[in-house]
Design a protein around this ligand. Structure first.
Ligand code: NAP
Length: 287
């Protein structure tokens, strides 16, 4: 059995759906990863072969003002999971982030590049990566710029704003790869099935700025919104973000055969699925 911790989150829900009968999900109502007792009780009782930790404190700006919670959930929580997995001989899969890098490299980051976080969130995710190593059988999957049907994300924010306004300013000096949680779930499954261990990068292929991503969302959704450039400095958020954090994913492909598709193709399919679901909901409401 593959236990997904954080199964009500954006990635967790898509991963659980993909795993079908192989998967079992738990979230904060069943397990609190900041409590060693809670972690040991749940993992000891379920005895999974693999634990995928999708649980995290993911509010990047919120982490700046709450270092304690950030480190408890994203850092220490992973240590408790790793120790529990070691105890029962399970594999721990820890989901991590491009924010462990400072964004100064200028070319795609490979797995061996030295992390150098520039935010509390990034520091806490790096602590989680290091703590995952308490479990001898561990796999770290770094990803970035996630969107999906089951959580707050940039695509949903743009669609909401695009329905209200015909002009928006979006940062054009942060570069990365938008990644659909369904595609990430497929990559994680390929890594588990392939028996991979160590660190891997997994994201949709090719990259853009948030500004370019916003333009693509509006174009694919058929919304006529003008997107002006603005800088990260102008946006003035509490947490610093890496300016260039594209992840090189060729190790994932060479070790598993899984080839992430282009981010724009994934976005197109996501929007189609979203439209289909909302028209089904409307039809159901009419009947
Ligand atoms: N979102 C991104 O763009 C992004 C980018 C790179 C990496 N990642 C990583 O990808 C993973 C999945 O992200 P996501 O966006 O799917 O996250 P998410 O939607 O925020 O889901 C996280 C889940 O973990 C739960 N949780 C929080 N604290 C917990 C605790 N102490 N014990 C048990 N469960 C707890 C949350 O419950 P509540 O909602 O009730 O708090 C939520 O259901 C995370 O490791 C994240 O760091 C995300």
């Amino acid at each position: 059995m593959i236990l997904v911790v954080g199964s009500n989150g954006m990635l967790g829900r898509d991963l659980i759906a993909l795993l079908g009968d192989r998967g079992h999900g738990v979230d904060i109502a069943d397990i609190d990863i900041t409590s060693p007792e809670s972690v040991m009780t749940v993992i000891g009782a379920l005895k999974p072969e693999v634990v995928v930790n999708c649980a995290a404190y993911t509010d990047v700006d919120g982490c700046e003002g709450d270092i304690e919670t950030a480190m408890a959930v994203n850092g220490e929580g992973v240590a408790y999971l790793a120790l529990a997995c070691r105890e029962i001989g399970a594999v721990l899969v820890q989901i991590s982030s491009d924010y462990v890098f400072d964004g100064g490299k200028g070319t795609p980051y490979v797995e061996d590049d030295a992390p150098c976080p520039i935010s509390v969130y990034g520091e806490s995710k790096l602590a989680g990566e290091m703590n995952a190593a308490f479990c001898p059988e561990h796999l770290i999957v770094r990803t970035q710029w996630l969107y999906g049907l089951h959580g707050k994300n940039f695509v949903e924010t743009m669609l909401r704003l695009g329905a209200e306004k015909n002009e928006l300013a979006v940062v054009d000096d942060q570069i990365g790869s938008p990644t659909w949680t369904v595609d990430l779930a497929r990559a994680i499954t390929a890594l588990i099935n392939g028996g991979c261990r160590g660190t891997y990068h997994a994201a949709n292929a090719e990259y853009c700025s948030w500004n370019g991503f916003a333009k693509a969302i509006f174009a694919e959704a058929g919304l006529n919104v003008s997107v002006r450039p603005m800088s990260t400095t102008e946006l003035n958020r509490p947490a610093r973000r890496p300016l260039y954090s594209t992840l090189e994913c060729s190790k994932l492909t060479s070790d598993t055969g899984f080839q992430p598709r282009l981010w724009r193709d994934a976005l197109r399919e996501y929007l189609k699925l979203r439209t289909l679901i909302s028209s089904e909901r409307t039809n159901n409401g009419t009947w």
